[in-house]
Design a protein around this ligand. Sequence first.
Ligand SMILES: NC(=O)c1ccc[n+]([C@@H]2O[C@H](COP(=O)([O-])OP(=O)(O)OC[C@H]3O[C@@H](n4cnc5c(N)ncnc54)[C@H](O)[C@@H]3O)[C@@H](O)[C@H]2O)c1
Ligand SMILES: O=C(O)C(=O)C[C@@H](O)[C@H](O)[C@H](O)COP(=O)(O)O
Ligand SMILES: [Zn+2]
Length: 367
Amino acid sequence: MTAIQTVHVGGSAPYTVTIAPGLIDDGAVLTQALRGRHLLLVSDANVAPLYAARVEAAARAARPALNIGRFVMPAGEHEKTLARFGECLDALATLGATRDAAVLALGGGVIGDLAGFAGACWMRGIDVIQVPTTLLAMVDSSVGGKTAVDLPSGKNLVGAFHPPRAVVADTTALRSLPDRELRAGLAEVVKYGAIFDAGFLDWLEAHADALLARDDAALAEAVARSCRYKADVVERDPFEHGDRALLNFGHTFGHAIETEQGYAGASGDGLNHGEAVAVGMVLAARLSADLGLAPAADARRLQDLLQRFGLPVAVPPGLPPEALLARMRLDKKADARGLRFILWDAAGAARVVRDVPDAAVLAVLGA
Ligand SMILES: NC(=O)c1ccc[n+]([C@@H]2O[C@H](COP(=O)([O-])OP(=O)(O)OC[C@H]3O[C@@H](n4cnc5c(N)ncnc54)[C@H](O)[C@@H]3O)[C@@H](O)[C@H]2O)c1
Ligand SMILES: O=C(O)C(=O)C[C@@H](O)[C@H](O)[C@H](O)COP(=O)(O)O
Ligand SMILES: [Zn+2]
């Protein structure tokens, strides 16, 4: 029996992450933050048939007067676009959503980011309830208030910080998740160990088989621990002026790969976000070793763990190092002084590093 777990995210707009089996049918928890009469459920074409009717029924049972609309879009990173964002806003207009309305994001990180951004923009900001259904969304994207859509020129280039009013993670939703997506989520779980806590890497190594076998208790613990790491840093630094940037470990490389591949992860012709981050973390760890900042053994340890989780650890063929470096210059961590990298001094101890020579970056990219 897996118990209910809660993680409090403090700060000026506090909220609770509730993690337990069965929450998709729990109207009281799903609607805990609702203030008005309108709710737009946003989901994708894979998730909606599995869970949307159950969420709607539970919400209606708890709040019979609720006027619920539904916006369902095609699945995949290549759909996290301004055009779909516009359609989501149109759905809010059709619903007649007032300023006390809420958006409920039911799905993975693509839905959470896009619906969250719609919530941030509709009438300059309405409430957002995140109901993550992928491991990646439970451990990372549903928490922290980063919302965005992609442009062809770069990942998450249009977005806003807009914290949710509640996060409701039903761990039984992970049972229908494709294996590939489970592994992608494990990449962001590994990230917390890599940047904050080598002891968590020990735990992941010890529980790798249980996690891959979708053992309920192991998954629930991985979700709750990950949310705690994220809540801690987001609470200290909600707008990424400081150490929240550490959550971007592996992302400067990973985002460049995703963008260069045209966000083709869903079709299998490219890496998805978690996979690209896995490659990026290995490159960041190698770069740290090449620069003499960290032991090469720690990079090998990270690579071994990611491989054990079935994740890619090398740049896919056909992506020229120079093209990836050019993509990285439009990363949100770059500023007028140039690129900033999240590197580490050792496993569990990440930091921001400037003035990394291009040659060293190109070398880990395979030039
Ligand atoms: N805002 C943040 O802080 C943050 C953090 C990490 C990642 N992200 C973003 O999240 C996105 C990646 O999220 P993702 O990995 O969840 O991808 P995703 O949303 O594309 O979901 C992956 C796939 O799983 C399917 N799916 C989702 N839940 C399912 C379930 N329970 N059963 C069956 N199928 C299911 C989806 O339809 C999709 O095909 C990227 O756009 C990334 O940039 C944002
Ligand atoms: O919450 C954060 O902060 C993160 O960086 C989490 C990342 O896993 C996530 O992919 C995020 O969307 C990347 O942010 P970006 O600012 O580089 O787009
Ligand atoms: Zn990420």
